[in-house]
Design a protein around this ligand. Structure first.
Ligand code: OGA
Ligand code: NI
Length: 358
């Protein structure tokens, strides 16, 4: 099955609803999915943060082993961590966030020129999934490709503000480098050759794309979500969160922990494809986004993915008689279709893949 070439019903920009103060019923989540009011949050949810790891330690002979084990623990216990001193220039991070903020504040007619379709998702969008009448999330987004180069098409990137394409491009190059570095660390931590995950992702032919999420102010933040609970379908995500407004929540057992971003940190998380390649030594973790009545929020999710048409399956080195392969081989193209058709649905897809235990 393919994605249809058009949306099942006219697209409504959440930003336009926000500007006029309208809150249609179709953004109301069922009671069990609504955000928990802060007052009834557990102590754990209020006081805990995901681990923060200083990558400077990797270049220090005395600290390297400790830093590697901090990363290993974060991958096993959380599936999420923040990274500081990661090597990407803070100025470039700020400029990129500013470019996107300006883009989302352009007049609607200019943005509509980039309207996307479910066929490729590239461009300016306002929904994930193509089910007619589905309950929607309170966000707009922009999706674009960096890699493979055959999919990189700067004509599909915003031309405004004037220096946008250059900044977006520079940002992509830097974050691709960081992702390569993190994959090496994860491979070593899994007891594999340092190039294992990169090779497993398809070597030079990996995918890299950006989804810029724009969460407008919301008149009814207790009834809806900016992004419903999901795990990321790809390999690994490097998120640049809004520097001023919190909103990302990570599931820890049965509690939702609100991430408190450190200045100029990236938030890194394991995607479903690393769960499969590592035979579930590392697991992708559910996360979601809550919205705010007084402030908009902007985040940049950079997805580092396997080549779309090679089979992804558990590393032979991590498959033993005691721990047989948990997942059958599948290409990322086939895998990604599920979220593109159905929208975000927790971890239902990767969980449903599990081969019966032999
Ligand atoms: C995503 C995501 C979190 C955020 O885009 O997949 O989880 O904070 N974004 O916007
Ligand atoms: Ni996500």
């Amino acid at each position: 099955m393919n994605c249809p070439s058009d949306w099942p019903e006219p697209i409504v920009r959440v930003q336009s609803l926000s500007d006029t103060g309208v809150f249609p019923d179709r953004y109301i989540k069922p009671p069990t999915q609504r955000p928990t009011p802060i007052s009834s949050n557990s102590d754990q949810a209020t006081h805990t943060n995901i681990p923060i790891i200083d990558f400077q330690g990797l270049d220090d002979d005395h600290l390297r082993a400790t830093t590697l084990s901090q990363i290993s623990e974060a991958c096993r216990d959380w599936g999420f961590f923040q990274v500081v001193n990661h090597g990407v220039s803070p100025g470039l991070m700020d400029r990129n966030q500013e470019v996107w903020r300006q883009f989302f504040h352009l007049p609607m007619e200019l943005k509509q020129a980039y309207a996307n379709s479910p066929k490729t998702y590239e461009g300016y969008g306002s929904r994930l999934g193509v089910e007619k009448g589905a309950i929607l999330d309170w966000s707009d987004y922009y999706f674009l490709h960096y890699l493979p180069l055959c999919l990189k098409d700067q004509d599909k990137w915003p031309a405004l503000p004037g220096y946008a394409r250059q900044v977006i491009d520079e940002y992509g190059k830097e974050v691709v480098k960081l992702c390569g570095r993190i994959l090496k660390i994860l491979s070593l931590n899994l007891g594999l050759e340092q190039d294992f995950l990169q090779k497993g992702f398809g070597g030079e032919d990996i995918g890299a794309c950006l989804r810029v999420n724009f969460y407008p102010k919301c008149p009814q933040p207790d009834l809806t979500l900016g992004l419903s609970s999901h795990s990321d379908p790809g390999g690994m995500t490097v998120l640049l969160p809004d520097q001023h407004v919190a909103g990302l929540q990570v599931r820890k057992d049965d509690t939702w922990i609100t991430v408190k971003p450190a200045p100029h940190a990236f938030i890194v998380n394991i995607g479903d494809q690393i769960q499969v390649l590592s035979n579930a030594t590392y697991k992708s973790v559910e996360h979601r986004v809550i919205v705010n009545p007084a402030k908009e929020r902007l985040s940049l999710a950079f997805f580092y993915n396997p080549k779309s048409d090679i089979a992804i399956e558990p590393a032979k080195e991590l498959v033993t008689p005691e721990r047989p392969a948990l997942y059958p081989p599948m290409t990322f193209n086939e895998y990604r279709l599920y979220i593109r058709l159905n929208g975000p649905r927790g971890k239902s897809q990767v969980d449903s893949l599990k081969s019966p235990r032999k």
